[in-house]
Each structure stands twice: as C-alpha cells, then as structure tokens.
Design a protein around this ligand. Structure first.
Ligand SMILES: [Zn+2]
Length: 323
C-alpha cells in the first residue's frame, strides 16, 4: 500500500512537470488517470493534537453511502511551518487524488461502483509534505440501493453485438483509452445540467434482463427518449476528449471536465464538435440517434469519476466542487 502511494505521489508530481503533452490551449495538460476507486448525514470528528506534525482537526464525510453514488470528503489539518502537501485517498482498493491547499484544507470527490457489495470499508487518507506526512483511517458504510430490472428484447443485430467478444473488447479498449488521462483541475460550474429535452426511459443502475432470461450489466448511465435529430448539449464546461464509434455505445462524444470527471453522450446520429475543442455548458455537441446497441432513438448519458460510472442525476442536484 505504501509503495503504491509513493508511486502515486511521484506520478502526480512528475505529471505536473510534463508540459509537453496536452491540448493546444491555456488549459492545463491532462494527467494520467489513476485506477478507479456515495449521502445522507455527515459526521464531524475532532481529534486532540499530540504532536507538532500534521494532524487532522476536522473531517467531514458521510456515515453511509449508496453504491453507484458520489460523495465529497472535506477536512482540515494543522501543520508546522510553510510546506507543500500532496494527498491521496485509498478506498475500495483504488487510489484517487486528495486536493490539499496551503492552509491545510483537503478535499476529494469519490464514487462507488454500482454493483459494489454493502458493508463497512476503510477509507485511508494520506498526506505527504516536505519532511512531514499524515495517515488516517476511517470506516465508511456502503449500502446497496435497490435497483429495478430493465427487460430488453434484443434484435438479431443486438444479439450479434453482445455475443461478439471482439466488439466487447474493442469497446473496453476505447473506454480505457479515453479514461486514461484527465485535466487536473475541475473547470466550469459544479452543477451539471441535463443534456437533452426528453423523458428518462432507463434510470442509472438498472439491471438488464434479456429475452432469454440472461442478465446484462447494470445500466452505466441514464437514457432519455427523444426523436432522432434532437439537440444534445454538454452538461458542463470541458474539453472534447473522444469522438468516434463504440460497438455498443454507438457514435459518441466524451467531454473531460477536469479533476477525473468525464461525461459521455452516446448512440448519436451526428457529432457537431472536434477533438480538443473547448465546450461551454449547454453548447450543442451532437444529435440524438440510434447507433450501436440500441432499440430506438435515445441518448445514453454517462458521468465517469476516475473511470467509474456513477449516477449522473446526482450531479444535477449536488455540488461536487471545492468550496
Ligand atoms: Zn443507456
């Protein structure tokens, strides 16, 4: 664990020094994505300070979180003299960055995979400074949210897609590729907006059941029913990081919003943006279609947090930004 944390820190520092990669704009270069790692009530804990080294004085995180959801962790530490700190969080066997400012305020936004088992899990906070380090472990309860089933009668074309391992592998490869890097700092407003005008036809996390009784994955986004050609807009400000065709998700646009947050717009009939283009919240990026694994025109909208699909609707009501 310590080795991986050190590697992560080195990685983070070195990535920050490499100015040669990235977009041709004044936006920061993209960082490599760390491996993937949700609210209700908040607990505040106070600790007595025993030494002059860094010590956490307040920590706010939910007492329990539902799988498939996002949560925000925030706290304050005290430390001696001027210093620069780099932080990381280890949770559910994954490491994600912890932002630490010059006053010792630290924050992180984390997501829990939708299929994750319920139970109590350790969340480890690591902060490294020059000659100083801090390590704290807390327990967080993960609860499983009841998810409905979504019955899908596949056409022969759709069956061919789901039984073709090369298509499935190609989908994974492309998704891995656009999840590998991210802009280091969140840009744009914290609150996301819905990307299309239309009723939700499939909620996030629903479990797919096919006509033969077999089960598919949990639904990784939210589906909106809309006519082919309906405008699709960006749910927040960002930079276009992928445009292309995925065997299952069809013609797609993916936008990097910084800080490990990407949004995906799928099954499009038209894409109206270019790779690397800076996009404003609400800007038209494509049109609703029926490409890929789809039973009719609709938009599949995803939000990925460090590569983990989490419920996008939560991002239209909650503010997951540093405050
Ligand atoms: Zn969908």
């Amino acid at each position: 664990m310590r080795v991986s944390a050190v590697i992560f820190v080195l990685f983070f520092v070195m990535s920050g020094l490499d100015q040669s990669k990235g977009h041709q704009s004044d936006i920061e270069p993209r960082l490599p994505m760390v491996e993937p790692p949700l609210e209700t009530t908040t607990q505040i804990s106070e600790v007595s300070v025993q030494s002059a080294g860094p010590a956490i004085v307040t920590l706010s995180l939910p007492t329990y979180i539902y799988s498939g959801e996002t949560f925000h962790l925030k706290g304050e530490m005290i430390f001696e003299g001027p210093n620069i700190f780099i932080g990381s969080i280890e949770f559910l066997d994954t490491i994600s960055p912890l932002h630490v400012d010059e006053n010792g305020i630290f924050e992180a936004t984390l997501g829990i995979p939708v299929g994750h088992k319920s139970g109590e899990y350790e969340i480890q906070i690591l902060v490294y400074g020059l000659g100083q380090k801090l390590f704290r472990t807390e327990l967080v309860e993960v609860r499983t949210k009841p998810r409905t089933e979504d019955y899908i009668h596949r056409t022969e074309h759709m069956k061919a897609i789901t039984s073709d391992s090369s298509s499935l592998n190609r989908e994974l490869e492309i998704r891995h590729e656009y999840n590998r890097e991210y802009l280091p700092v969140r840009i744009g407003p914290g609150q996301f907006i819905l990307p299309v005008f239309g009723p939700i036809s499939t909620q996030f996390g629903e479990r797919r059941v096919y006509e033969d009784g077999s089960y598919g994955n949990h639904h990784s986004g939210v589906d909106f029913a809309a006519k082919e050609g309906t405008s699709v807009i960006s749910s927040s400000q960002g930079v276009v990081t992928y445009i292309g065709n995925l065997p299952i998700r069809g013609d797609s646009v993916v936008i990097d919003h910084g800080g490990g947050v990407l949004s995906g717009y799928h099954h499009l009939s038209e894409t109206l943006v270019s790779l690397g283009q800076e996009i404003m919240q609400g800007q038209e990026i494509g049109e609703v279609g029926n490409t890929g694994f789809s039973t009719g025109p609709h938009l599949h909208w995803e939000i990925l947090l460090f590569g983990v699909p989490i419920d996008p609707i939560q991002w239209t009501t909650d503010l997951f930004v540093r405050q």
